[in-house]
Design a protein around this ligand. Sequence first.
Ligand code: HAM
Length: 420
Amino acid sequence: MQALKGTHDILPSEVYKWDYMESVIRDVCARYGYKEIRTPIIEATELFQRGIGDSTDVVSKEMYTFLDRGNRSVTLRPENTASAVRAFLEHKLYADQQVHKMFYIGSMFRYDRPQAGRYREFHQFGLEVLGASSPLADAEVIAMACEIFHKLGLKDLDLHINSIGDKNCRPAYRQKLIDFFMPKVDQLCDDCKERLLKNPLRILDCKEEGCKAASVGAPVITDYLCEDCNTKFEAVKKYLTALGIDYTVDPKLVRGLDYYTNTAFEIQYPPLGAQSAVCGGGRYDGLVEEMGGPSTPGIGFAIGLERLLLALEMQNLIPVPQSAHKVYIASLGQDAVIEGIKIQHLLRSEGVIAEMDLQDKSLKGQMKQAGKSKADFAIIIGSNELEEKAVTVKNMNNGEQKQVPFDNVAEYIPSALKNN
Ligand code: HAM
C-alpha cells in the first residue's frame, strides 16, 4: 500500500522541520495579535463554489468533491479563506464590530497534477483580517508575511503587488480585456478560450506560451482603477515603503480566486521554478456579503508550507534540534524490570525523558540501545542492585558509574542531567 499520489507522509525524523516553521510562525502571529482558528477540513461544496467562484480552476477542476452517505455534496477544503469567513458568519463574530485577526495552519486539498512544489494534499499557514478597510491592514499583512520569512532567515524573495480594482472599476477593465483578446482568441489555450468571457483577467497569468504572447500589450488594470481604488493602492505602497519593504508592481498579477478586490500580492522564491509562489493573498471586500453576511472588508494570505520548507532547505536554514537529555533504564530479570518500570514512571513524572527496553533484549543489548538512543545516563538494575536496593547509574559520556539508592533516583537524575 502506498500513500495516494500527491500526498506524503511526514516521518518522525522530519517533523522537527515542521515544528520549527510553525514555532516561528506562531511567535510572529502572537506579536501581531493574531489568534488561531481551526475549521473543519470538510465543508459543504457550495461554500467553495460561492466563496472561491465557479469559474476558477480550483473550483471547476481541482476540488475533492464527493457525496457523503447522506447524499450531501461535500468537499475537502482547497483553501481556508472561505471556511474562515463561514465561521465568522456562523458564530456572528461580526457582532462586536471589532477587527478580527485570525490565523490557521493545516492541510488543504487540490486535485492538480503533482510536481515539485505542487501536491494534492499540502499545508498552508494563512491568516485573515476581517473588519479592517484601511490600507494599513494591507500593509500589515504584507509586512507580517515578510517578517515571517525574515525571522526564518530566508533571502532572495520577490514581493509582487497589484491592485485589481473593485466592482466599480473592474467591469470596464474586464470589457477592455475581452475586446483586446477577442481578435486573438485562436492564439489562446483551451482554458483561456473559456476564460475569455467568464474571467478574462486570468488570461494574464496563464503560463502557456501562446497566451503569454497574446497578452503582450494588453491593457493594464492600474490604468483603469477608479479614484478610490487608486488612492488605496497608493496608500498601501506608501506604507510598504515606509516599512522598508521592497516590492514590484506587477499589473499582470491577478490571482486565481474570484473573491479578490483591490490589493493582490504574491511572494515568490524564483529558485523553486514553476511553483515559485510561496505566499499569495489579497483583499476580498465583497466576500462576506457574497456569503450572506453584513458588508465586511477582509484581507489575508496563505503561505504554502511545503514550498517554504523546500526554500529553507535550499538555503540550509533549518536548525537541527539539540538532542534532549534522557536516561535509559536497563534491567535484568523480572524483579529488576518491576523496579525499572517504577523508576521509569517516577522519572517521567519528574519531567525526565526515560525509556526502557520493550523487546526483551539481553543486558548487553539494552546497553547498546542506551548508546544508540544517545542517552546521557543508563540506569542499570541487576541482581546486585536488587540486593543493595540501589541502582547503578552510568554516565554514558565518560563511563563513570555510581550507586544511587532506589529512593533517591528520582531526585538524583534530574540534577545529574542538568549538570552533565
Ligand atoms: P493560493 O494562492 O491559492 O491562495 O495559495 C496560497 C499558497 O499555497 C500558494 O502561494 C502556494 O505556496 C501554496 N499552494 C497552493 N496550491 C498548492 C499545491 N497544490 N501544492 C503546494 N502548495 C500549494 C489561497 O489559498 C488563498 N486562500 C490565500 C488567501 C488568504 N487570500 C486571502 N486570504
